[in-house]
Write a protein that binds this ligand. Sequence first.
Ligand code: EPZ
Length: 463
Amino acid sequence: MLLKIVLEIIYKENQRKDMPFRHNASFIMSKYIIKGGKPLAGDVIINGAKNAALGIVAAAIMSDDMVTIENLPDVWDINVLLDAIKEMGAIVDRVDRHTVKIVGSMCSSAVDNENMRKMRGSYYLLGALLGKYKRAQVPLPGGCNIGSRPVEQHIKGFKQLGAKVEITYGGILSAEAESLKGSHIFFDIVSVGATINVMLAATLSSGVTILENVAKEPHIVDVANFLNSMGANIKGAGTDVIKIRGVEKLHGSTYSIIPDQIEAGTFMLAAAATRGDVLIKNVIPKHMEAISAKLSEIGAEVIENDDSIRVVATERLSSAQIKTFAYPGFPTDMQPQMTTLLALSNGTSTVTENIFDNRFKYVDELTRMGASIKVEGNVAIITGVEQLTGATICSPDLRAGAALVMAGLVAKDFSVVEQVEYIERGYEEFEVKLRSLGAEIEKVPDDVDEITYIKKMRLKSIS
Ligand code: EPZ
């Protein structure tokens, strides 16, 4: 009873004060202006993993007790998901940029936040709400435009647990069940989203669920560990088979999110591309193995410590053959950054994209900077060039945007990277961290005249 009174007070207090998030719900159209040629040097601290945080924030509302999440990345996708669960009735107390307290006891089972259609991770609310309330209505997800992104594997899993699932008017995914019963589910495709989503629903089903042909990414393990910290009974996350023994309810927890493998990998490659010397801190080296191995193979020096990795590159790097695969293979989310690095390497490289069917859109932008890349189907054939030249380029999606910034950092003269709001969906203070490593990069609103701004930057760098 006392907790309920306390919660009511926090709830009223929260409803009164504006959500202290840094973002607002609409994308703020901005661009980066970059002066290329500076090697990155120094230390950078990696934030919590966005793709783990999305599943964990969704899972938090499955308990009626208070959940404290630490090492939360302060990025658009996470902040919008927190807004959405607040609108659904959850108590959301943002203690600081990287810590949030959530109480999901008063959460409704329907989401109607418009931004849910702009991001991918919103669909985790479906698994969480279906598990908890045995009914859920969530808009079909959006997400980066990197190819077709169907959700039939999610629907297959929910149906095998006993739910009726349909897509109703307005692109709403609606699921409901008298009760959810454990089942043996073999995914036709290895899917990060489907693995997490069905794991969420199965956690509060009756009986035992076996998931096979599952994704094994670090963020899958992190979500499973979080659920287990709330009293779930999940074994085998990170292997080919996950076994979930359903429980009646989940209790509160305090949990810290793992470091972001892709943010860490992006800074590792940016260090190598600029022939710099960077210590990437707050990482789990095991998660970085595919990236570290490739960097060493092409001639960068990669020094692994307990929770940091140092990357040094002084010479021009060599070519390589890259194939993206589900974890522990080379991550598709590092494909644009690796292609950019190989665009400057010595020799001919190939990058084969095996996960998504349209993830080379950014290559046209690199070509405008002087890169020599030919895309045939799902293979990019790269002839390394000595130098790229600055240009005005446009981010087509989150990771490609980060890759284009990398290109700007190494190109001769100035580059302007537009639509950086895509980058801010998954990278916290990207330009601030790069500037702290010596990069000459400024973020300006879209309507700023870049020629005038570049003149100012030229004067500043001469003085
Ligand atoms: C997650 O997307 C990540 N997003 C993506 O990261 C990442 O690229 C992807 O996993 C692969 O690692 C989040 O976690 C929010 P999938 P997801 O289901 O879950 C097909 C980033 O940069 N598929 O593993 O949508 C699908 O079309 C983002 O942070 C089906 O056919 O990826 C794709 O070809 C970009 N049917 C492949 O499987 C389904 O039902 C892998 O997709 C589900 C997926």
